[in-house]
Structures are given as structure tokens and as C-alpha cells.
Design a protein around this ligand. Structure first.
Ligand code: PLP
Length: 378
């Protein structure tokens, strides 16, 4: 019987056993991957094996993979003025994209009420621009809403521009095929797929070169200087391989577990609203709210009851301001204030779902009671 339910996989995933083993073994390899001696070549082999595994995860060749310190750095690297004169990003991007990287101005493309980017608005905003660079995430980390990346790529390319896709939340949940998405750049993060934290990759179409953020040695084809994080990269490679192999089974199981979660949420409180549920969603994510619920308080109540959940994005937790994603979707403030994200992963068990639903039954009772007290007081 589970004693805790970890339902915060969009913040970070538990390390996969394969990734743990690969990273631990790599820590015992002495060489610098740039050295020509046997020790150096052993370290290089680990990096290149991992590169092939990460490349296979998204259907590209290993030459198209640039290792970075994570998703944030890969996003910052892609948002390079060498790749476009102006920058357009969707209004629901991760803060590392919304910040605009090395661009002085960022134009935000609106999203619809279902959390999906408004393609007609994108097309309008592309009009008259020379060399636009656009950035659109594959799936939103708060709502799970899957974005029409291939359609956006067609619009951006027709306007003579390039498209970067932040696919950090995609692998292990949905198919992430770089070529089918028709993107020019793609960001990946190891720790969202069960690899170590602090490592990621920028996938780039061959022949495209962002201006490096870090200059120095010629590592990563001169795009990202610095001795490679060999253990982190080896763990990332093992996680990528496992995520690719298990995708179909994991996605099907998570979809069933999420259905059970959403049915259970509604059973204990008929006023539950599942946000962004009208459009395409990742199978592992549900964002729900109830009028009158305060997300910060609910997260603590769930934690005390044994369930780790999140109020919107992990990086914005702790501040009470409504999430920029829900604001962009025009979710009423009363609902946005109570939004709780549940996200599942490769090892989520049915026991954990049961534990969470028991906790929810108690939290929901509290919400009912305080709503009733409020009515009496009014
Ligand atoms: N992009 C998205 C959509 C994310 O959810 C995150 C992490 O929360 C990032 C980028 C940043 O990735 P990392 O934590 O590897 O820097």
C-alpha cells in the first residue's frame, strides 16, 4: 500500500532505475571526453551513446543534438537573434521562453479558452515581418494542452521564419517526432523524463547555428562550450531510451488513471471544473479547480494527507499571483486561484490514485463546509 502519492511529475520525475545505473557507472569513468587517450575515449563513448539515444527519442540524427544544462538553457540558446529579426512566442510559454532570451522585445500570441494557441492570430501577427523566429511549446506544463506545432510551423515557414518548439513536457507522454512537427529547433529536459536534473538538449535542424551563450572550448560543435556533464548525459540517454520504449504502455495506463482521478474529483464535489479539458491534452495531466478553493492552502492540506501536488507551475509556486497561463486563457480569477495540477508518470500506481482520492474526499468536505459557513455568515 502506498504511503505517499507523488503526483507532480510535470515539475520533476523520479529518476528511472536505468538512468540511475547509467549515471552512477559514468561517475566512475575518469576521462575528459575531449582527451584523445583511452580514458578520454571511454568518456566520449558514453556521451555519444547518449546522444544517439536522445536523437532516437525524437527521430533525428545524433549530429542534431546539442547537450545543455537543461530545458531553460536550451530555450535561451534557441532564442538567438542570429536566427531571426523578431520574436513571437505564445502567451502560455514557460518563463524561460516568455523572457525572450536575447531579444529585446517579445510579441505574445494569444491562446483560446481551451489553452490552445490561436493560429489565426499567429498568422496575422506574422504578416509583414522579415525573418520571424517563433517559439511554441509542444504541451503546456500547467494544463497539459497540446499545441498545433506542425500547423504553426507551416505558417512560420510560409512567412520565411523559423520555429522553435519547447517539447520539455512531451516525451514519455506523447509522440515527439521532430521531423513530423516540422520544427527547426526543439528543447528537451532530462529530469522531466526520469533522467538526472541539470541536463537537457537543444535539437537543431542540421545547418542551423544559434549564437552560443557560452563560448570557450569547441565542445558541442562550438554551440555550447564546457566539458560535458558526462554522468548527467549518460543518465539522460538511458531515460530517453526507456521513455521511447515504454511510451505506448505508459501513455495508455496514465490516460486510464487520469480518467479515474477526474471521475473521483467530481464524485466528491460536483462543482469541480477540469481546466483545458475541451482541447487535446497530455494523457498525464489534469488541472482542476473548485470555486472557493485556495490552491496554496489545498497544496498544504494534500501534502499533510500524503499527496504531492502542485498549484500551477513549480517555479511560480510560493507566489499567490494567478498563473500567466490561466490569465491568457481568461479563466475567471475565482477558479484560477484554486487551480491544482495533478501530473502522473511512468511509475504512478493505482494505489497512489486511491490515496490521493481519499485525501481529496477530506479536502472537498472542508471546502463544502467553509462554503456553507460563508453562506451562513453572509
Ligand atoms: N519548459 C517547460 C515547458 C518546462 O515545464 C520546464 C520546467 O519546468 C522548462 C522548460 C525548464 O526545464 P529545466 O527545468 O530543465 O530548466
Amino acid at each position: 500500500m502506498a504511503t505517499r502519492a507523488y503526483l507532480d511529475w510535470n515539475a520533476t520525475a523520479p529518476l528511472r532505475p536505468e538512468a540511475h545505473a547509467a549515471a552512477a557507472a559514468a561517475l566512475d569513468v575518469t576521462g575528459n571526453p575531449s582527451s584523445v587517450h583511452a580514458e578520454g575515449r571511454a568518456a566520449r563513448r558514453l556521451v555519444e551513446e547518449a546522444r544517439e539515444r536522445v536523437a532516437a527519442l525524437v527521430g533525428v540524427g545524433p549530429r542534431e543534438v546539442v547537450f545543455t544544462s537543461g530545458g531553460t538553457e536550451a530555450n535561451a540558446l534557441a532564442l538567438s537573434p542570429a536566427l531571426g529579426d523578431t520574436l513571437l512566442v505564445s502567451a502560455i510559454e514557460h518563463p524561460s521562453v516568455l523572457s525572450g532570451g536575447r531579444f529585446d522585445t517579445v510579441d505574445k500570441v494569444p491562446v483560446r479558452g481551451d489553452g490552445v494557441v490561436d493560429l489565426a492570430a499567429l498568422e496575422r501577427m506574422l504578416g509583414g515581418r522579415s525573418r520571424p523566429l517563433a517559439s511554441l511549446m509542444l504541451a503546456n506544463n500547467e494544463t497539459g494542452a497540446v499545441q498545433p506545432v506542425a500547423e504553426a510551423a507551416a505558417l512560420v515557414h510560409a512567412a520565411g521564419g523559423l520555429l522553435h518548439v519547447d517539447a520539455v513536457q512531451g516525451p514519455g507522454r506523447i509522440v515527439c517526432d521532430f521531423k513530423k512537427l516540422n520544427a527547426d529547433f526543439m528543447t528537451l529536459s532530462s529530469h522531466k523524463i526520469g533522467g538526472p536534473q541539470g541536463v537537457g538538449a537543444l535539437i537543431r535542424r542540421e545547418g542551423l547555428f544559434p549564437e552560443p551563450l557560452i563560448k570557450g572550448g569547441g565542445q558541442e560543435k562550438g554551440i555550447r562550450a564546457g566539458t560535458e556533464n558526462v554522468a548527467g548525459i549518460a543518465g539522460f540517454g538511458a531515460a530517453a531510451e526507456a521513455a521511447r520504449r515504454n511510451l505506448a504502455v505508459d501513455a495508455a495506463r496514465m490516460a486510464i488513471q487520469r480518467e479515474r482521478l477526474e471521475a473521483g474529483l467530481r464524485a466528491s464535489n460536483p462543482n469541480v471544473v477540469i481546466l483545458a479539458s475541451d482541447g487535446p491534452r497530455l494523457p498525464n495531466t489534469t488541472l482542476f479547480s473548485v470555486p472557493g478553493m485556495k490552491a496554496e492552502t489545498a497544496v498544504i492540506a494534500f501534502d499533510l494527507a500524503g499527496a504531492a501536488v502542485s498549484s500551477g507551475a513549480a517555479c511560480s509556486s510560493g507566489k499567490v499571483a494567478p498563473s500567466h497561463v490561466l490569465e491568457a486563457m481568461a479563466v475567471p480569477p475565482e477558479l484560477a486561484r484554486g487551480a491544482i495540477r495533478l501530473s502522473l508518470g511512468y511509475s504512478t500506481s493505482d494505489d497512489e490514485i486511491g490515496l490521493f482520492l481519499n485525501a481529496w474526499a477530506k479536502v472537498a468536505e472542508g471546502i463544502y463546509k467553509s462554503a456553507k459557513d460563508g453562506e451562513i455568515a453572509a
